[in-house]
Ligand binder design. Structure first.
Ligand SMILES: Cc1ncc(COP(=O)(O)O)c(C=O)c1O
Length: 397
């Protein structure tokens, strides 16, 4: 009998995509499901970006692009890194990929050997441990608590480093917790990495523009660890370009070359038309981002005000991204009708089937006591969803 490989058999299906799929199926059957499971802005891509893509088609950017991306785009990325983050990179230290997801996978496959350890604070983004497993390495989870705003500190980090630690992966602003690291918090972590120069620090900054209080800080700003830091970013969240599949990484040239080798064999360069659209996005008017963040902040405040009214939904106010991650473990072991809710998987499923609201269980994010709700929907839709959740939770005894 022919079976799929052990490597693939060990891989989990993306929990967020699975929940999204399930709610789409219910919607297609005519059920009025509100989907709070998706991680994508509900805004459309700004017009000037779409125009640039249309022009690219007319200008026949329809051939294979260079594997590492067009030079003008790589230059624009270095400009963006300097403008927005104060980071200095040359185009040789940048590679364009088919989404930040591919950039992350490229790096993991480039640096991890079987048996190497990749550290990540929990809650983490669902795909990190799976990508590590695909590279036949070991995800090592550093637990954090609600009391520390789900952020790792220097002592915890140091305690989990072993001679096998090859990689540290994190994101700020965080999906799923919405928390944001300050400069001082990052500096403390950087000092630990300075003592461990063989560890690659993979900093996923895809939500950098979506912050509500303090500006995003990059761990790439500390010169003492510059050779170790790899920045991941992309167009999906800041420019509402999830469908264009365009991301990039900036880091040491040897790593860029390795990712180039991998892309050369796996996928070739990212879509030429999307690259031209990304160029327009990075160099053009940035005001759409500010408007989007203002709307996200109103939505966050609305969702938080509803959550405060639901007993047993605990958590701090998220400072970035567009997710809330309430701890709902107070409900575990309680009954609704004759059904007992044992965990967040069951609670999430119950809310989908009974309240017709799609959320994601915190379990695949390493937060088994929590539910993740995305507030990338209109205030009207969010209000309706939160009322449905509140009513459903009132039935739990
Ligand atoms: C933390 C994080 N990193 C990376 C990605 C993937 O981004 P892209 O659409 O560029 O592949 C996502 C998407 O949800 C994300 O939440």
């Amino acid at each position: 009998m022919i079976n799929i490989s052990d490597r693939l058999a060990a891989l989990s299906i993306s929990a967020t995509l699975a929940m999204n799929q399930r709610s789409r199926e219910m919607i297609s059957k005519g059920i009025d499901v509100i989907n709070l499971s998706i991680g994508e802005p509900d805004f459309d891509t700004p017009e000037h970006i779409k125009e640039a893509a249309i022009k690219a088609i007319h200008d026949n950017f329809t051939h294979y692009p260079p594997v590492s991306g067009f030079m003008d785009l790589r230059e624009a990325i270095t400009l963006k890194l300097s403008r927005d983050n104060g980071l200095r990179y040359s185009p040789n230290e940048v590679i364009v990929s088919t989404g930040a997801k591919q950039s992350l996978a490229n790096v993991m496959l480039s640096v991890l050997n079987p048996g190497d350890e990749a550290l990540m604070p929990a809650p983490y983004w669902v795909s990190y441990p799976e990508m590590v497993k695909l590279a036949e390495a070991i995800p090592v989870i550093v637990p954090t608590g609600i009391d520390q705003n789900y952020k790792i500190n220097a002592e915890q980090l140091e305690a989990y480093i072993t001679p096998k630690t090859k990689l540290f992966i994190f994101n700020s602003p965080s999906n799923p917790s919405g928390q944001v690291y300050s400069r001082d918090e990052l500096k403390a972590l950087a000092e630990v990495f300075e003592r461990h120069p063989n560890i690659i620090v993979l900093s996923d900054e895809i939500y950098e523009h979506i912050t509500y209080q303090n500006k995003h800080e990059s761990i790439g700003q500390f010169d003492s660890i510059r050779k170790q830091v790899v920045i991941i970013n992309g167009m999906s969240k800041a420019y509402a370009m999830t469908g264009w599949r365009l991301g990039y990484m900036a880091g040491p040239e040897w790593l860029v070359k390795s990712c180039q080798k991998l892309q050369g064999q796996y996928t070739s360069g990212a879509c030429a038309i999307s690259q031209k659209a990304a160029l327009a996005a990075l160099l053009g008017d940035q005001s759409a981002i500010k408007c989007m963040v203002k709307v996200f902040k109103e939505r966050r405040d609305l969702v938080i005000s509803y959550l405060r009214e639901i007993p047993g939904f605990e958590g701090e106010i998220p400072q970035g991204a567009f997710y809330v991650l309430p701890d709902v473990s107070a409900y575990f072991g309680k009954k609704v009708g004759d059904k007992i809710i044992h965990n967040s998987d069951e609670l999430s499923m119950h809310l989908l089937t009974e309240a017709h609201v799609a959320t994601v269980s915190g379990k695949p994010f390493g937060a088994p006591g929590c539910l993740r709700l995305s507030y990338a929907s209109s205030t009207k839709v969010l209000s309706e969803a939160m009322i449905r959740i509140k009513h459903e939770m009132e039935k739990v005894r």
